[in-house]
Design a protein around this ligand. Structure first.
Ligand code: SF4
Length: 452
């Protein structure tokens, strides 16, 4: 039987040595990056779910050691290797394809970067997939088994997604966190954002599919910790209570990404903590620049902060995400941001550099203006390396300013302060859940069963 090995290149990468050293020394800075890089790669697990007989399939989560990855792939003796990579790891993916080609093993490349730069990817792989792969995967495998693999398969962004069950059972070990997607894309279109647009337009997964996936995960971990792999949960028009009910009934604890407007929805806030929501990532983005495409997310800072406080008062921690280096950034605005973050209400923060990922409005703009740095290859698109010329600072000034901000906002004392905020939120969340249990105990069973 033909065998396909699916490889996700998930390792965390930083180019600048000073940045790498700093990241290792600050409490809380690399924690999120490590957590993300250890998440099961939903893309390849979903492709595995769409793999049809006579093909057999295996999944490999690979780090930064290319030789080790190559050895593992070869041990599988595959007929075809499917590789998924982000921009920062795409150069490794290309090297892997080149080595496999020398060994006579056919390769398929897909993912965000490949969808943005298909011709570049085609010079390394036998075949590429543009868009969401699971829709064309069975046809691609059929073509491959007949020796008729095409050079490119294109899935329209507008195509209604198919929702094959991800093969969580193929994971080598039970992960600390699982991933589950309840939607694709985002109804907004922030100019720096690649994830929300490139693969698919906005679609919401049917509730029955979410429930089935949760049940599958719970075969491996009865009370799992789940990262919703959504770009903006609850931003669509569907009734949020159906999803919250499913999550609450499952007993899972979960994290997700939303925009700040969720803090102005009291009906959703009232249920979040008791539905198991632990933390929400919210992009405040920049204090000096408003990106095109932010739509209704564009608002005054005070209003966004009120929303953050409302979410945390409801027992859910907010991870405030900030981007440094947008147009208008200067040494003094970086100092102002530091001062703001040291006194901000966020339980967690994420601070990264503006990164012009290919396919985004931002990339096109900086390319047009001749501001992309030619000596910074794709591996520098790590969110922690400068890849463009800022408009009011030199590259060196932005690099030094970024390190200065990080060393202050992730210092031990700032970390302790946020830990205290998180403890308070945890106490609130316990109260919410206890109240819910009391309420449930007094409610007739037929009123709390979710209708299937
Ligand atoms: S709200 Fe978030 S996910 Fe949506 S476009 Fe903006 S950055 Fe991307």
């Amino acid at each position: 039987m033909p065998h396909v090995t699916l490889v996700a290149l998930t390792g965390f990468r930083v180019r600048e040595p000073e940045m790498l050293e700093l990241g290792m020394s600050l409490p809380g800075l690399t924690g999120r990056a490590d957590a993300v890089s250890q998440l099961p790669a939903l893309g390849i697990l979903t492709l595995a779910g769409a793999t049809v007989s006579p093909w057999t399939v295996s999944c490999l989560h690979a780090g930064n050691d290319l030789k080790a990855t190559l050895d593992k792939v070869c041990q599988e003796d595959p007929d075809l290797v499917g590789i998924s990579a982000l921009t920062a790891s795409i150069e490794d993916a290309y090297q892997l394809c080149d080595r496999l080609w020398q060994l006579g093993i056919r390769t398929v490349l897909g993912g965000l970067h490949v969808s943005a730069c298909p011709d570049e990817a085609l010079s390394h792989a036998d075949c590429i997939v543009i868009g969401r792969g699971e829709t064309v995967w069975p046809r691609l495998l059929d073509d491959a088994s007949r020796g008729q693999l095409q050079r490119r398969y294109t899935v329209s962004r507008e195509a209604t997604p198919e929702w094959p069950m991800p093969r969580f059972d193929l994971l080598a070990h039970t992960p600390q966190r699982f991933t589950l997607q309840t939607q694709t894309g985002c109804p907004l279109a922030c100019g720096f954002c690649a994830a929300s647009r490139l693969l698919s337009s906005f679609h919401e997964k049917p509730a029955a599919c979410v429930r089935r996936e949760l049940a599958e995960i719970q075969k491996l971990a009865p009370r799992p910790l789940i990262e919703l792999a959504d770009d903006n949960t609850f931003a669509g028009n569907r009734d949020p209570h159906e999803l919250l009910e499913i999550l609450e009934q499952s007993g899972a604890r979960w994290f997700t990404e939303c925009d700040w407007r969720i803090g102005e929805r009291p009906d959703v806030l009232a249920r979040l903590a008791r539905a198991g929501c632990q933390q929400i990532l919210i992009g405040i983005e920049s204090l000096v620049f408003r990106y095109p495409g932010m739509g209704q997310k564009r608002a005054e800072l005070d209003r966004m902060l009120d929303a953050v406080r409302a979410i945390q008062s409801a027992g859910v921690a907010v991870n405030g995400c900030f981007i440094l280096g947008a147009d208008g950034e200067s040494d003094s605005s970086l100092d102002a941001l530091t001062e703001f973050l040291l006194d901000s209400p966020f339980a967690e923060i994420q601070v990264t550099l503006q990164t012009p990922f290919p396919g985004t409005v931002l990339h096109h703009q900086l390319q047009r203006e001749g501001r992309l740095l030619p000596d910074r290859g794709w591996s520098s698109y790590s969110l922690f390396d400068v890849t463009f010329v800022p408009d009011r600072m030199t590259v060196t000034e932005l690099e030094a300013g970024f390190r200065r901000v990080l060393s202050q906002v992730f210092s031990a004392s700032a970390h302790q302060r946020r830990t205290a905020i998180r403890r308070q939120i945890t106490r609130t969340a316990h109260t919410c859940r206890r109240d819910r249990r009391l309420q449930t105990a007094n409610t007739p069973a037929d009123q709390i069963c979710f209708s299937k």
